[in-house]
Design a protein around this ligand. Structure first.
Ligand code: NAD
Length: 547
C-alpha cells in the first residue's frame, strides 16, 4: 500500500452504509496501488480515477453523505449530481470517455482533456476496480500456460520469454512468466517502473545491461530454472538488437502502453524527460516518432516469428500502429484473446475479482479455502489459487482475481455474503470483474478480433450489458469507451457489487452476477460459438436461437 494514499480497513464507517463505504474504499484503493496517484493516474498511460482533484474530493464528500436510495451520476470522472432512485438501484452509474464515432480520435480526445471536459477511465481505473498489477496476472499466466500446452509439451522449463512494458498491467508479466516456469526478460524504459516491480518481488534481478541480461537468461534456460529478469532500455532498440545477434526467444510479446503514441509509448532515441516535454510542445512529432519506433519493434517481432518464436499481441494496439506505419503484415501476429482465450470467454469464464474491505489478508485466505473446497475439479481455478497464494503479494486492499464462469461467480459471491453475515470474515467483500469479459467488451483489435460471425465492431453488447446490470441491482455500473490512443477503438462495461452480509446483498449478487454472465454466454452463442451454445443448453440460459 502506498503510505501517501492509504486505504482504511476495519469496521468503522465514514458513510451512511457499507455500499457507499465500499465504493469509497475502492476509489482510495485504485489510487493507493496506482502508477502516478498524484496525477490521479492509475495505469495504462492515462487511465484516471477521477477527472481532477476537485472532482475526486466532491466524489468522496458525496459518497460520505448520500443515502442508500440515491444514485450518484459520474460523467468521465466528474460527479454531476445525485438522483433519488430506490434502494435496489445502483449507487453509482458512470459514463466514461464515450465520444461520438466520427469524433473519436486521439487528437480530439487530447483537446477535450486539455479543456478539462473528459478523462480516460483506463477501464478499471475510472470504475475504481483496479487492484494493482496482479489484476491481469492470471490472464497472462493462462496465456503462457496455453502456449506451453500447444507448443512446448505443457512445460516452459528451459524456455525464454521476451517481453517489454513493466507498468501497471505489463508489470505482471515477469511474475506470470516465472510462475509458468519460464526464464522471462522484461524490458522497460523507465527505471522507476522497474524498481517498483522489483520491490514487490515480481522481478528477481535487474540486469545492468543487455549482455548481462542475456547471460542470465541463458544460464536460467540451460539450468531449466524459472527466472524473471528486467532490463532498463527501449524495446525498439533491444528487440532488433537481440534479433541481430541471432538469438530467437521461444515466446515474444509486448505490453508497453503502445496504444497511446503520446502518453504511452516512448520512442527510441529520446530520454523520458524529452518525451514528457514533447507531450505538450510537439505532439505531432512525438506521435510520428512513436509510430516509427513501433514499426521497428514490430518488424523485430515478425522476424522472431519467422524464425520460429511464438509471438502474440498482448492487447495494446501495437500491431495496429505498426500497420498504420506501413508494416503490412503486422497482423500476422495473433491477438491473445482469439489465439488462446476465446473458448473460455464463450463459456463466460473470465477474470473475476474480490477485495477484502476489512483490509485483512485472512479474509482472502478464507475465500481461497472456500473455492478450493467447493470447486476441487475446476483445474484452472484451483491451480491458480494455490499458485497465487504462494507467489502473488497483496498490494493495497487484499484481493484475489480468478477466472470463474457462469454460475460459479454467483455461487462464490453468495457464499462469501453468508460468511460476512456469520462473522466468519472480518468485513464486507466487494466483487467486480474485468471489462475484458464475455458480454462486456467490443474491441475489434483486441477482444472481438475475427469473431466467427464478423460482429467484431458492434458495440451493442457492452451497452446491453450495462443496461442489464442496472436492471439487475448492481451497486456500480459503468459504460466506458477508449481515450487517448484507444479513442474510437473500443467500448466496454464494468460492474461492482458489495457483499455486506445482508439479504438484500444476496439478491443483488444473485441477479447481477447471474445476468452478467448469462449475457456473456448469449453474446458468444449469438456469434455461433459451439462452446457457448453448449453452455447455454447445459446451464439453462434462455438464449433464443433464431434460424
Ligand atoms: P502503463 O502506462 O502503466 O505502463 C506502460 C509501460 O511501458 C511503462 O512502464 C513505460 O515506461 C513502458 N514503455 C513505454 N514505451 C516503451 C518502450 N519503447 N520500451 C520499453 N518500455 C516502454 O501501462 P499498463 O497499464 O502496463 O498497460 C500496458 C498496455 O497493456 C496498455 O496498452 C494497456 O491498455 C494494455 N492492457 C492489456 C490488458 C490485457 O488484458 N492484455 C489489460 C490491461 C491493459
Amino acid at each position: 500500500m502506498n503510505p501517501r494514499f492509504p486505504v482504511p480497513g476495519g469496521p468503522t464507517l465514514r458513510c451512511k452504509g457499507w455500499r457507499q463505504e465500499a465504493l469509497l474504499r475502492l476509489m482510495e484503493n485504485v489510487l493507493s496501488v496506482g502508477e502516478n496517484p498524484d496525477q490521479l493516474i492509475v495505469y495504462a498511460a492515462l487511465g484516471k480515477a477521477a477527472r481532477s482533484w476537485a472532482a475526486h474530493d466532491a466524489i468522496v464528500e458525496t459518497l460520505k453523505t448520500m443515502e442508500e436510495d440515491e444514485t450518484l451520476i459520474i460523467q468521465s470522472g466528474k460527479p454531476i449530481g445525485v438522483l433519488k432512485t430506490h434502494a435496489a438501484a445502483p449507487l453509482v452509474i458512470m459514463a466514461n470517455c464515450n465520444i461520438v464515432g466520427q469524433w473519436a480520435k486521439a487528437e480530439y480526445f487530447y483537446d477535450l482533456q486539455e479543456k478539462g471536459l473528459i478523462c480516460w477511465g483506463g477501464l478499471t481505473a475510472g470504475a475504481w476496480q483496479y487492484i494493482g498489477s496482479q489484476g491481469v496476472i492470471q490472464g497472462t499466466y493462462e496465456i503462457f500456460s496455453r502456449i506451453a500446452e500447444k507448443h512446448f509439451d505443457g512445460d516452459l522449463h528451459g524456455r525464454f520469454i521476451l517481453t517489454a512494458g513493466l507498468g501497471g498491467m505489463g508489470g505482471s508479466q515477469p511474475l506470470a512468466g516465472r510462475m509458468a516456469n519460464a526464464a522471462i526478460l522484461g524490458v522497460d524504459i523507465d527505471p522507476e517502473r522497474v524498481a517498483k516491480r522489483k520491490a514487490i518481488g515480481y522481478i528477481d534481478t535487474v540486469a545492468p545491461d543487455l549482455d548481462s541480461a542475456l547471460a542470465m537468461i541463458d544460464a536460467a534456460v540451460k539450468a531449466r530454472k524459472p527466472a524473471s529478469i528486467a532490463l532498463v532500455g527501449n524495446a525498439a532498440d533491444i528487440y532488433p538488437e537481440i534479433a541481430r545477434r541471432g538469438i530467437v526467444p521461444d515466446i515474444v510479446t509486448d505490453q508497453t502502453a503502445a496504444h497511446d503514441l503520446v502518453y504511452g509509448y516512448v520512442p527510441a532515441g529520446f530520454t523520458l524527460e524529452e518525451v514528457r516535454a514533447m507531450r505538450t510542445s510537439d505532439t505531432a512529432r512525438l506521435m510520428a516518432e512513436s509510430r516509427k519506433s513501433i514499426v521497428t519493434q514490430v518488424r523485430a517481432m515478425l522476424e522472431f516469428q519467422q524464425k520460429g518464436a511464438v509471438v502474440f499481441d498482448n492487447g495494446n494496439l501495437i500491431r495496429t500502429h505498426a500497420r498504420d506505419g506501413g508494416v503490412e503484415n503486422a497482423f500476422d501476429i495473433p491477438i491473445f484473446t482469439e489465439a488462446w482465450l476465446r473458448p473460455l470467454f464463450s463459456r463466460a469464464i473470465g477474470p473475476f475479482r474480490w477485495m477484502a474491505l476489512s483490509g485483512d489478508p485472512e479474509d482472502i485466505r478464507k475465500i481461497d479455502d472456500l473455492v478450493l473446497r467447493d470447486y476441487p475439479d475446476n483445474r484452472i481455478v484451483t491451480n491458480w489459487i494455490r499458485l497465487a497464494r504462494e507467489n502473488v503479494p497483496f498490494e493495497g486492499l487484499p484481493a484475489r482475481i480468478a477466472w470463474l464462469g457462469h454460475g460459479v461467480r454467483t455461487e462464490v459471491a453468495r457464499a462469501v455474503n453468508r460468511m460476512v453475515a456469520s462473522g466468519e470474515l472480518k468485513g464486507p467483500v466487494a466483487f467486480s470483474r474485468d471489462h475484458l469479459d464475455a458480454g462486456a467488451m467490443a474491441h475489434p483489435n483486441i477482444m472481438t478480433e475475427n469473431m466467427k460471425d464478423g460482429s467484431d465492431a458492434i458495440a451493442d453488447w457492452p451497452l446491453l450489458n450495462a443496461m442489464t446490470l442496472c436492471s439487475s441491482m448492481a451497486d456500480l455500473v459503468v459504460i466506458h469507451s477508449g481515450g487517448g490512443g484507444y479513442a474510437g477503438y473500443m467500448t466496454s462495461s464494468g460492474v461492482t457489487l458489495v457483499a455486506d452480509g445482508t439479504p438484500e446483498a444476496d439478491l443483488r449478487l444473485k441477479n447481477a452476477l447471474t445476468n452478467d454472465t448469462s449475457l456473456g454466454v448469449m453474446r458468444y452463442a449469438d456469434a455461433g460459438y459451439e462452446e457457448a451454445l453448449e453452455e447455454a443448453e447445459l446451464k439453462g440460459i434462455r438464449h433464443l436461437k433464431l434460424a
